[in-house]
Structure formats: structure tokens, C-alpha cells
Ligand binder design. Structure first.
Ligand code: FE
Length: 241
């Protein structure tokens, strides 16, 4: 607990200490944050961006525009309940249930809602089916639009300028760097996400998976396969990078 470089792990504690640090960067005192805890004199200073985000959050809270408890609930949901396992469940259901797959491809939002995954932002959701001759790849060239309700928070590389530009300029080369080499006769379709439309790739069900249960199938589906930078293999899904 007292190691010099240990970051605070509790979100509320982190916010409090970050707000205290941020207060040194802004002229006005933080009226809502009483400094009643012992000084964190051996704490690692948060990054500039983190400080700015926390400073803005503190100001919004002070002005009564947002509620800290609501923010905590949203962050907690994305950290612990919403992630690629949700998308994997949808993919596995589509693999074992042709009627569900038809529904998913025709009207993804209602098909996802049928499994309990609802949009938070009202955005349209479209599912793209991979086949032996068509491979779909999802990017957001403008920023980082991503199907949050079913994949959680986007990976760092998805937000990088390199991926955002190269996925459209050279999709095959980009996929090669992810370790996915496609035959020349496979058509690559690149889909540019926006604030209004988010995409989820329905990967191909791997050969040899016919005997697996829906649950076991879901365990094979990786986040990258649902973005389109990987295929699903029979190896158990590990952590994507
Ligand atoms: Fe975006």
C-alpha cells in the first residue's frame, strides 16, 4: 500500500487526488472538494490529459451539470459489465440459430436488444457477415466510434492515427500486421464508423467447431475478430492486444 509509485486504484480516490492536483493548474478553487484527506505526497502525478479530464469533470460537478454517482455508474458498467464478451455471445447465438442470424443481419439493434444489449447513445448498429469470399474490417477514420454496448471500450490501437489512416489506404497490409493474411480472391470491405452508425463483424464460424456448445463457441470469439482484424480459431480466445 505504501509503495512510492503505486497509483490509487479506487476511482473515487483517484478522482479526488487528481482533482487536487488539477486545482494547482486552475485559478479558481474547487469549492466542492474539501481537502480533508492526508496529502498524497508520494503519488505519481497523473498525465496532462487525465488532469484536464478530471478538472473538467470537477467543474461540471461543481456547476451541477453532471452527477458524480451517475458518472461512476457509467464507468463501472464499462469497466466490469460491458465488453467484448457481450459481442461474443451475439456471434455465438448467430452461429447456432439461423433465425437469430437472419434477424441480426436485418435489424441488429432489436436482435441485440433481444439478448439484453441496448444502445446507450441511440446510434444505429449494423452487423457485417464475413464469408469465404468477403472480409469486413471496421475503422473510424475520424476518431474512435465503436460499438460500445457490445464490445466495450475500444483498444488503444483502434484510436491510433496509424490504424485509422492505414486501414482505408492499405487494408490488406494492415491486416497482415495483425497476422491475418487474406487470399487475393477475398474481397476486403472497409467500413467507416460514425457517431450515428457502428459496425460489428460477424466472423466465420471456425471449421471443426460443429460439436461445440453455444457457450464454448462464445469463448472462441475475440474482440479483434469482431472488429475484423482477426479470424476466429479453435484455440480458446486469449486476451487481444
Ligand atoms: Fe469516431
Amino acid at each position: 500500500m505504501d509503495e512510492p509509485n503505486q497509483l490509487p486504484v479506487d476511482r473515487r480516490g483517484f478522482l479526488k487526488s487528481a482533482a487536487a492536483s488539477a486545482a494547482t493548474f486552475v485559478a479558481q478553487p474547487q469549492a466542492g472538494d474539501s481537502q480533508d484527506s492526508p496529502a498524497h505526497d508520494h503519488q505519481v502525478v497523473p498525465s496532462d490529459v487525465t488532469l484536464r479530464v478530471k478538472a473538467i469533470e470537477s467543474l461540471l460537478v461543481d456547476k451541477g451539470l453532471v452527477d458524480r454517482a451517475a458518472l461512476d455508474a457509467i464507468v463501472e458498467a464499462f469497466e466490469t459489465r460491458i465488453g467484448p464478451r457481450n459481442g461474443a455471445r451475439i456471434v455465438a447465438r448467430a452461429w447456432v440459430d439461423p433465425a437469430y442470424k437472419t434477424h441480426l443481419l436485418a435489424d441488429a439493434p432489436t436482435a441485440m436488444a433481444a439478448l439484453g444489449f441496448e444502445s446507450y447513445q441511440g446510434e444505429e448498429m449494423i452487423v457485417l457477415e464475413n464469408s469465404p469470399k468477403i472480409h469486413n474490417l471496421v475503422v473510424c477514420t475520424l476518431c474512435s466510434c465503436y460499438p460500445w454496448p457490445v464490445l466495450g471500450l475500444p483498444p488503444v490501437w483502434y484510436k491510433s492515427a496509424a490504424y485509422r489512416s492505414r486501414a482505408v489506404i492499405d487494408p490488406r497490409g494492415t491486416l497482415k500486421e495483425f497476422g491475418l493474411e487474406l487470399d487475393e480472391d477475398v474481397e476486403v470491405r472497409v467500413w467507416d464508423s460514425t457517431a450515428e452508425i457502428r459496425y460489428l463483424v460477424l466472423p466465420e464460424r471456425p471449421n471443426g467447431s460443429e460439436h461445440l456448445s453455444e457457450e464454448a463457441l462464445a469463448a472462441l470469439v475475440t474482440r479483434n475478430a469482431m472488429i475484423g482484424t482477426a479470424r476466429v480459431s479453435l484455440r480458446a480466445a486469449g486476451e487481444d492486444e
